[in-house]
Design a protein around this ligand. Sequence first.
Ligand SMILES: Cc1cc2nc3c(=O)[nH]c(=O)nc-3n(C[C@H](O)[C@H](O)[C@H](O)COP(=O)(O)OP(=O)(O)OC[C@H]3O[C@@H](n4cnc5c(N)ncnc54)[C@H](O)[C@@H]3O)c2cc1C
Length: 381
Amino acid sequence: MDYSLDDDQESYRQSVRRFATTVLAPHYQSDDKAARFRLELARDMARMGLTGLRIPEEYGGQDASAVIAGLAAEEVGRADFNAAYLIINTVLISDVIVRNATPAQQADWLPGIASGATVPCICITEPGHGTDAAAMETRAIRTADGWTLHGEKTSITLGMDADYGVVLARTGGPGARGISAFWVDLHHPSVTRSQFDDLGSRAIGRASLHFDATPVAADGLIGQEGQGFVSVMQGFDYSRAVIGLACLGAAQISLEEALQWCRDREAFGAPIGTFQGVSFPLAEAATYLKGARHVCLEALWRKDLGLDHSAEAAMAKFWAPKLATEVIHQCLLTVGHVAYSSEAPFGQRLRDVIGLEIGDGTAQVSKLVISRHLLGRAFAP
Ligand SMILES: Cc1cc2nc3c(=O)[nH]c(=O)nc-3n(C[C@H](O)[C@H](O)[C@H](O)COP(=O)(O)OP(=O)(O)OC[C@H]3O[C@@H](n4cnc5c(N)ncnc54)[C@H](O)[C@@H]3O)c2cc1C
């Protein structure tokens, strides 16, 4: 057994850290205050190869392993948690396209995602159906030359600014097998968007999208009709571990900042780090962060080896965002009144990571996946 990164992984991790520290971190708080998506962010991420991590080289991507994608998300999450959404979204969407789309569709869609010219989003949730997504009502109706989309998607990350969406819509009967995936131009006039006023991740934003007979050409269908739900859920199977590492990155940098504060800040004539009431919670945080990081990396390592990784990715998804929220909260308390100001990043990190306790599936959904793995399908509700 070997827990170390190899030389290539380590040097890649360091190069992303340098990029994230110098290019991304300076905008983390100002983008939140502006509460709008900066297009230059997508361009900067693309120049570093971070929007094309899982895209084959022939389409302008990095063809990176799942582990590398996770390390990139972790490093970006340390510097600008919201920029990590561009990794989370693009690894999921490009995975769905690479596994299911024809070579012609891939050649048409993937280079734009890799270059940052196309900002994609994933449209599953509806006003009436979140966790129970397989009950969705948005319909795709066949026309002479393709399809038209009818319905509303909501809570869509980057929904105000995305150029294209992978939209799940019903093409057949009830349940998951009646759902297909489409690549949809969101700039078409039949698509109207409305923005959420969110607690966190305001630089990325969420939106509702209304599709009013939105046309999709015949070659906008991704994969087979009726296979869309399953293929997107298979993508979540590993993007959940990438999410976990982005959250842990934000928690790890908070811990490092709190530890430095403990060395520098004095009370009662000594650095506060000498008080075990201060250092023990941070020791616990470091322990839990290490454990959760191993779970995330194991899920991605298993994905790279072609091993089953659903349970590990679900463990990563329910544990890491929750743990990150708790650790950042603890670090904020450790630093004290200074950390409570919006000039410090702790409050924003807290608001931001909470979103991923819900986004891409709640803790309960992850636990359903884990318990099904432990007990067998017969015990699924
Ligand atoms: C920051 C953020 C980003 C998001 N980005 C996207 C996106 O890009 N695209 C997209 O399509 N969606 C996105 N979502 C939506 C997200 O996927 C849904 O919010 C999520 O699936 C849960 O759905 P819901 O909020 O409607 O909760 P509901 O399904 O209404 O559930 C409410 C509560 O009941 C619990 N619950 C429901 N069913 C069960 C059950 N069977 N057993 C136990 N507990 C249960 C849930 O866990 C939850 O706590 C995002 C959400 C957030 C917050």
